[in-house]
Ligand binder design. Structure first.
Ligand SMILES: [Cu+2]
Length: 261
């Protein structure tokens, strides 16, 4: 019921577990703002009527004598404090402090650049390899700077779209090669800045299969509007098969390269 107002305002589809709490909070904020908006608007109209010049040819130097406004203001402060301390802080604390540790957690790295995203998956070993700016070479198939000397990198693979399994936690390590971007996954109700030189993280659990757009949430240059990618949530079996195939291909290529050296 509380979240219904979000739908009237056209909120995008929700597809993550914690997103329900985000939407619930948004619902409260929207209702609260609607009440304030209607209340203030009615008050403004009343003031125009009650205090127009015709009715008040002489100024009143005493002003307000009642306490109603003070009580309303205190009420607004209390509601805002409840929203912040009761909803926003606990939700943020949980997302920021309690990262998933279960072995089925999907780990990947999102690397933003002007003007596209690349997603490096940990592969079947569940270990993301090291990253080094000096290894970045999109021409030879290494757009994310996988360190070829790190054994964990061998089976890591890179995809231009973000494919995820349903009902499994996902941790994304968000990086940038050039300027500040922002990986905004709207249906998951998460967004994190990709800042050059800084390792940022986000986590969530998709609970619905589907395909959505990924946008860059930070104005990053003339191609910002085209900086889109695809977010696809599939069933776990389909995801595991895809990872196995991509991972094996990548490992084969890595060993061939090592042999050639
Ligand atoms: Cu961008």
């Amino acid at each position: 019921m509380v979240s219904k107002i979000n739908q009237w305002f056209g909120i995008p589809e929700l597809a993550s577990e914690h997103g329900e709490l985000v939407d619930h909070m948004l619902g409260f904020v929207h209702w609260f703002m609607l009440i304030l908006f209607v209340g203030w608007s009615a008050y403004l109209v009343w003031v125009f009527y009650r205090y127009n010049q015709k009715r008040n040819s002489r100024a009143d130097y005493h002003g307000v004598r009642g306490h109603a406004t003070t009580h309303i203001e205190i009420g607004v402060v209390i509601v805002e404090a409840i929203l912040l301390l009761g909803f926003a802080f606990p939700l943020w604390a949980k997302q920021a402090d309690e990262y998933p540790t279960s072995p089925d957690t999907v780990k990947l790295r999102a690397v933003g650049e002007k003007f596209l995203w690349n997603f490096q998956y940990a592969g079947t070993d569940h270990m993301l390899g090291a990253m080094g700016a000096k290894y970045i070479d999109p021409g030879s198939g290494n757009p994310t700077g996988k360190d070829p000397h790190d054994p964990n990198s061998a089976d890591d693979f890179v995809s231009p779209s973000l494919k995820l399994p349903k009902d499994r936690p996902v941790i994304i390590d968000v990086r940038s090669k050039d300027v500040i971007h922002n990986l905004a996954l709207v249906p998951m109700r998460v967004a994190t800045d990709a800042t050059p030189g800084i390792h940022s993280h986000m986590w969530f659990k998709p609970v619905k299969t589907g395909t959505w757009d990924i946008i860059c949430g930070q104005l990053c240059g003339p191609g910002h509007a085209q900086m889109k990618a695809v977010l696809e949530v599939v069933e776990q079996k389909e995801f595991d098969e895809w990872v196995k195939e991509q991972s094996e291909n990548s490992a084969k290529k890595a060993s061939a390269k090592l042999a050639a050296h």
